[in-house]
Design a protein around this ligand. Structure first.
Ligand SMILES: Nc1ncnc2c1ncn2[C@@H]1O[C@H](COP(=O)(O)OP(=O)(O)OP(=O)(O)O)[C@@H](O)[C@H]1O
Ligand SMILES: [Mg+2]
Length: 247
């Protein structure tokens, strides 16, 4: 039997990152354990997207450490990081608009270098999760609805066989019913496949219900953390992110 694995899958320590002289991250500490869903919430401009992008090396960390699976990846080039089975669905989806759904999914699979049978297994899994995509395999990405594009962005990330999936605002701009489908899919991936997820959301209510733990970021710093349930109960969270906010 191997020793219990107490080391987080992703450990971020004292992370700083800047755009020119704008300091977007000012010493962030955040852990994601294997098998967890962790939500990162915070107002516009807090630095949430920057945190995710810094894991991929763009922008580069100016100080602090990013440790993934025990490996210091703080200064690793972006193309190396994609091969470490970390996948990202960035804010604004960024699918390939001129490519078909099938081609978009293939782009994700190319990162994984899986065998033919692994690819077809992964494709089945994505199309079972998002049957909508199955009906639209030959349609251009750019002509999909917002919800379908989000499904495609997540599907493409899944095709790279990630251990850690980072999602930046997957529910942004989606009707509540479609947003719920996306959150349900994330829950299924976590529960069935043990996928580890770091999710950035302004929809704090949904995100904290979905997540095992959450962090609140204000102005480049983590100001609060706890279980999803604990954070949902906190009056300052309710006031800032739930009551009267985007639900
Ligand atoms: N490419 C860039 N160049 C200069 N400043 C940037 C750039 N990207 C982000 N910033 C600044 O860094 C800060 C953090 O931005 P970031 O996009 O990480 O916030 P966020 O929490 O994801 O916000 P939102 O909820 O609006 O997506 C903001 O002040 C933003 O203006
Ligand atoms: Mg953002």
């Amino acid at each position: 039997m191997s020793a219990p694995d107490t080391q987080p899958l992703l450990a971020i320590r004292g992370l700083h990152a800047a755009y020119g002289n704008i300091e977007a991250l000012k010493g962030v500490d955040l852990d994601v354990a294997a098998g967890e869903i962790v939500a990162l919430i915070g107002a516009n401009g807090a630095g949430k997207s920057t945190l995710m992008m810094t894991v991929f090396g763009k922008p580069r960390a100016s100080d602090g450490e990013i440790i993934y699976d025990g490996l210091d990846i703080t200064h690793a080039p972006t193309h190396h990081i994609a091969h470490l089975r970390i996948a990202q669905s960035p804010e604004g989806r960024r699918i390939f608009a001129r490519m078909s759904v099938a081609e978009n999914l293939r782009m994700g699979a190319d990162v994984a270098h899986g065998s033919k049978s692994e690819r077809s297994e992964d494709l089945d899994r994505v199309l079972t999760l998002f049957p909508r995509l199955k009906e639209r395999m030959h349609q251009r990405g750019g002509t999909l609805s917002g919800g379908e594009q989000q499904m495609l962005a997540i599907g493409r990330a899944l095709m790279s066989r990630p251990r850690l999936l980072m999602l930046d605002e997957p529910s942004l701009g989606l009707a509540p019913l479609i947003a719920r489908q996306i959150f349900d899919a994330i829950r299924i991936l976590n529960q069935k496949d043990g996928l580890t997820v770091l999710i950035v959301e302004q929809n704090a209510n949904h995100a904290l219900k979905l997540a095992h733990r959450g962090y609140v970021m204000v102005n480049g710093l983590i100001t609060l953390s706890g279980t999803g349930a604990e954070l949902l109960e906190r009056p300052e969270i309710r006031a800032a992110y739930l009551e009267g906010g985007r639900h």
